[in-house]
Structures are given as C-alpha cells and as structure tokens.
Design a protein around this ligand. Sequence first.
Ligand SMILES: *[C@@H]1O[C@H](CO)[C@@H](O)[C@H](O)[C@H]1NC(C)=O
Ligand SMILES: *[C@@H]1O[C@H](CO)[C@@H](O)[C@H](O)[C@H]1NC(C)=O
Ligand SMILES: *[C@@H]1O[C@H](CO)[C@@H](O)[C@H](O)[C@H]1NC(C)=O
Ligand SMILES: *[C@@H]1O[C@H](CO)[C@@H](O)[C@H](O)[C@H]1NC(C)=O
Ligand SMILES: *[C@@H]1O[C@H](CO)[C@@H](O)[C@H](O)[C@H]1NC(C)=O
Ligand SMILES: *[C@@H]1O[C@H](CO)[C@@H](O)[C@H](O)[C@H]1NC(C)=O
Ligand SMILES: *[C@@H]1O[C@H](CO)[C@@H](O)[C@H](O)[C@H]1NC(C)=O
Length: 575
Amino acid sequence: MARRSCAIYATGIVSAHLLVVGIVLLVAQVFQTMIHSRLKKEITLTEKSQMFEGWKNPPPPVYMEYYFFNVTNPEVFINGGKAALKQIGPYTYREYRPRENVTFLENGTKLFALNPKTFVFVPEKSAGDPEVDLLRTINIPFVAVTNELNQYPFLVRSLISMIMNSAGIELFMTRTVHEILWGFKDPLLSRIHKMRPEVDDTFGLMWKKNGTHEGEFVFYTGEQNYMDYGKIDTWNGLREMSWWSSNQSNMINGTDGAVFHPLINRNELLYIFAADLCRSIHMGYVQGSTNPPPPPHPGSSHMGYVQGSTNPPPPPPRSIHMGYVQGSTNPPHPPPQVIHMGYVQDVEASRPGGDCLGTGVLKVSVCREGAPIVVSFPHFYQADPKYINGVEGMTPNKEDHETYLDLEPTSGVPIRACKRAQLNVIVKRVKGFPKTKLIQETIFPIMFVNETATIDDDSASQMRTLLLIVTLVSNFPLLIIAMGLLLLLVLVVLFCRNRQRKNEVKRIDFNEAFHSFATTKDDQAYTQVSDKPEEPSEPPRGAPPPPRGAPPPHSGQAPRNGSYIAMSPVEAQKC
Ligand SMILES: *[C@@H]1O[C@H](CO)[C@@H](O)[C@H](O)[C@H]1NC(C)=O
Ligand SMILES: *[C@@H]1O[C@H](CO)[C@@H](O)[C@H](O)[C@H]1NC(C)=O
Ligand SMILES: *[C@@H]1O[C@H](CO)[C@@H](O)[C@H](O)[C@H]1NC(C)=O
Ligand SMILES: *[C@@H]1O[C@H](CO)[C@@H](O)[C@H](O)[C@H]1NC(C)=O
Ligand SMILES: *[C@@H]1O[C@H](CO)[C@@H](O)[C@H](O)[C@H]1NC(C)=O
Ligand SMILES: *[C@@H]1O[C@H](CO)[C@@H](O)[C@H](O)[C@H]1NC(C)=O
Ligand SMILES: *[C@@H]1O[C@H](CO)[C@@H](O)[C@H](O)[C@H]1NC(C)=O
C-alpha cells in the first residue's frame, strides 16, 4: 500500500510540474521565440545559409508566356472604327535567371549582384512557331516617332511624313512573332538612325533583353535585420529614382520579388521593386473577401504568426494573393487570403505634363525612352471600362488575368507566382500625319505576358521539413502539457483503482485474498482476468496462461466480477 501511495504522489507531483512548466513555456512563448530567432538567423543571403544557393540559382522553372493581339480589321480602325483584336499564343520561353558577379560588401551586410535573364523557346508549351507565325499589330515605331515629333515644328513633321509615305510605312505592320519580340530592322528607325545615330535602327519588344540584366542591384543580406532580407539597397547605384515627379513614385522599396523576409505579418505591406516598370509596387494582405483593411487577426503579432491563437500552424501554405489595389473596385476574391498589389499611388499625377489616364493603367514612358507605352493587366482587367470598350475582343476575367503571389508566411518562400501584365501603346492623332487623321484615340493593346513560377519539389520538401521543425519546436510546450495531462490521467486511474481495490478486499473470499496476497509482491504487473469462466485445459492462444502458483480455477468458485483485477507475477507473462 505504501508503495502504491508513493507512486500516486510521485505521479501527481511530476504531472503538476509538467503542467506548470508547459503552461509557462507556452505563455512565455520561449520555444517559439527561440525557433523564430533561429529562422531569422538562418534565412539570410550569406554563404553559409541554405537559402543562398537557391537565391543564386533559383531552381523553380520560370516560364514566360507571350500572348499577342492580332488586328483583324486595320482598315476599319484607320477610318475611325474600333479595332478588332484576336488573341494568339502562347509563345512560351523558359527563363533562366542566375545571379552573377555576386560580391559581398560592407562586412557581408550587403551584396552586389546582377540578374541576367535568358529566354529559351519551349515549342511544346507554345501554340505555334514564332519564326513563322505572323502578327499584325500597330506599328509601334511609327507611333513612338509621331508621338515624339508632336513637339517639333510642323515643317519637320511634314518632312518625316513624306519620308514615311515614300517608304510605305503604315500605321499597322505585319511581322513574325519572333521579329516583334526579339528585334528587326525597322525601315523608319533605320532612316532616322542615318540622321541621328543615337537612335537604334532595330525595334523589338524584347530587343537586347535576352541574356542581359535589368541593372546592378545591391541587396541587404538580412544578417542585421531579418526584415531587410533580400531588400534592395540600391539599383544602378540609386537609392531612389528621379524620373517620376512624386517622391513616392521615385522610391525604390522592397525586394526584387524573388525572396521575402521570414515571419510575414498579415498586416504589413510587402514591397517589390519592378525594374521593368521602374516602379515599386506594394502588396497588401486581405483576408477572406474583405478588401484592403484586413481585420487584425488575434495573435497575429510578429512572433505569433505561425502559432496564432488557434493551435498548430496550417500545414498547407497559406495562400497570399496579390492584385492591383488601383481600380480594384470590388474584386470578390474567393481564395481566403488575398494580397492586393498597388502601384504606389498617384499614377497620373506622377507624370510630368502627362495625359491623365484612367484607373488600371500605368504609363511607363519615362523608362522607355519616351515611347508612349502603358502597362495594365491583360485585357484591361480591373481597368476603366472605357479602355476595355475602346477595342473589340477584350474579355477581362480574374482567373486568367490576375497577378498573384502565394507565399509561405513563416519562411517567406514564394510557392507560386503569376505575374501578368499587358503592354499597350497610346495611339493619338498627330497633326501632319494624315494616316492618323481619322483614328479613334485609344490605348491600343499589343501583347500580354503570363510569367509563372511554381516551387520545385526539392525546395518544397525542404520547406516542408523546415515548417515541420518550426511546428514541432514551437509546440514543444504543448507536448509537455500533454505529458502532464497523461500523467494526471494515470494519477486518476491509480487513485480510483487504489480505492476500488480497498473495497474489493472486503468482499472477496479467502481464496482470492490469498491469491492477491501471494502476488502483491509485484505491484506493477497485472493482467485483467476475463469475466468468462476459464478453461483450464485449453487456454486461448495469446491469452496469458494461468498464473504460476495460483490455485487452479475451480467450478465451485463464485462468479467473478468483471472489474476484478487479478495480480500475476511478471515471469508468468514471459512464456
Ligand atoms: C561581371 O563579371 C564579369 C566577369 O566575370 C566582368 O566581365 C563584368 O564586367 C562584371 N560586371 C560588372 C557589372 O561588374
Ligand atoms: C567591418 O567590421 C570591422 C570590425 O568588426 C569594423 O571595424 C568596420 O568598421 C566594419 N566596416 C563596415 C563598412 O561596416
Ligand atoms: C537567348 O540566348 C540564349 C543563349 O545565348 C539562346 O540559347 C536563346 O536561343 C536566345 N533566345 C532567343 C529567343 O533568341
Ligand atoms: C494574324 O493576322 C494576320 C493578318 O490577317 C494573318 O496573316 C496571321 O496568320 C494571323 N496570325 C495568326 C497566328 O493567326
Ligand atoms: C521630395 O523630397 C525632397 C527631398 O528629399 C523634398 O525637397 C521635396 O519637397 C519632396 N517633394 C514632395 C512632393 O514631397
Ligand atoms: C521606401 O524607400 C524610401 C527611399 O527610397 C524610404 O525613404 C521609405 O521609407 C521606404 N518606405 C518603405 C515603406 O519602406
Ligand atoms: C497564363 O495565362 C493564360 C491566360 O491569361 C492561361 O490560359 C494560362 O493557363 C496561364 N498559364 C499558366 C502557366 O498559368
């Protein structure tokens, strides 16, 4: 009896300690803090970091799909009608984006890198052969040149107009997809090149973009502050740009979109600097279908993102979607957690003396040598209806034309990214160019891209392992509490049995009492005796044989109570 009570007390004490320690650890978030600070240390751009290789040579395949708008009724447009467009494509290229010339600066707190992109055609993911397929679209050099000439005296314009006529240059051009993308000698530009050699005689939407980088970047490694992981310090030596007119538009904020700092908070805005737009865009996090201001989630403090107020972190990565804030009137985003992407406000205000454009379009002339280029979502998704209706054939829809980004919030690793953008030109009537006399001024879509990257299996399993570790470690206090509760349960069972046993002793017959007495030597091992009468001749297989030294069961014995516990020595179970 004394040993039994002793065991009960010990169990009780250990259980209480485990519970107290577990709860204290849980409340103080010791383990969570520990694993989070570990994460912040590990997720950096230093050579010993596991992230570094993946950053230098990103393993997930990136595919760039080009879709074009083939003009089916050029005469109608020239005579003042609406252009009818037919989408063709995709022409898919695999993108390789290694980081080159990686050099650590300032004691390894920053690093310099170039990020050249190489495009290799993938025929099996394409709708046709870009070298063969013809595309009829607006003559972009023509539009760019006439736009530029608008500021010149009428005489110059007339002269150029005559040159154009003699060279047979029209408002529309028909070229192969490959030429339009990767460059061709343009007759108009060639003539201008002769007069002004600084003007390139070749035109292509991606001319000189194969194998070249978008500028020299200096990134923070995030060693000093995890929030700075992958953040751009300078671009081409600049901390901010100067070509936009508002300070906000000129900011260079955030990462280049390849990495994000770990432990992303739902309430923070994520910034990405898009070198091709010469702008920083930001992403805001929205939960459910509620739009921008997300309701602060209980327990979504900086340290509490993973563990929140509810139990363990979700095993499937939370999906964070990104969409333009601008012009996003009421996009009901079904995916539960949505990030909205916005150009840093005041798009039109930031353009010195520029056209006042409606929502959903961004003029990027400033970084396209003054060409009247406008960026939007494909099919003018979320843009002003006047643009959607300005041409025929636009069918904007969320599924195909939205830009989004799925991040794993604990590690900041992008799971899936889909960047969709459309390139348009502003087509205007220009005095002195009779070819433009009748046209409807509009924003004319040329093409759109769908650039997708999905995490590769290796990185995904690596990330899952990391998440598992984070989950296990941050939930370690729960394990302690569980052990405490288990012991508590054992305690209760022991306690009850102890009491029950005392009662039993009073009413069992002598034989049983003797039997119990004989075996109390070994308190710890016991087997339950079934309430069926035992068959001494043939014990069921697997069932423990009758205890050694115990009197053979006899038929005259009183029927056993189901709750009766017979004690048997351990040795009996070994055979
Ligand atoms: C990058 O490195 C190559 C040689 O590895 C060198 O030729 C080139 O000038 C470097 N580029 C810059 C911008 O430092
Ligand atoms: C680099 O570290 C050394 C020693 O820690 C320090 O003296 C020096 O000022 C640091 N240089 C920079 C650029 O941070
Ligand atoms: C881009 O450059 C790479 C390597 O120089 C080449 O293999 C590829 O075919 C080029 N892509 C295009 C579209 O010209
Ligand atoms: C685009 O339109 C032109 C002119 O009508 C036509 O020759 C060409 O085949 C079309 N391209 C595709 C890919 O359908
Ligand atoms: C932009 O910043 C400069 C200096 O940083 C300041 O002089 C100027 O007033 C700012 N402009 C606006 C519009 O805030
Ligand atoms: C954005 O970058 C500018 C400098 O270009 C900096 O002053 C500003 O604080 C940054 N804003 C955010 C939100 O990081
Ligand atoms: C890219 O977008 C187009 C439509 O915008 C869609 O049909 C296609 O499936 C997308 N491709 C990928 C890889 O998501």
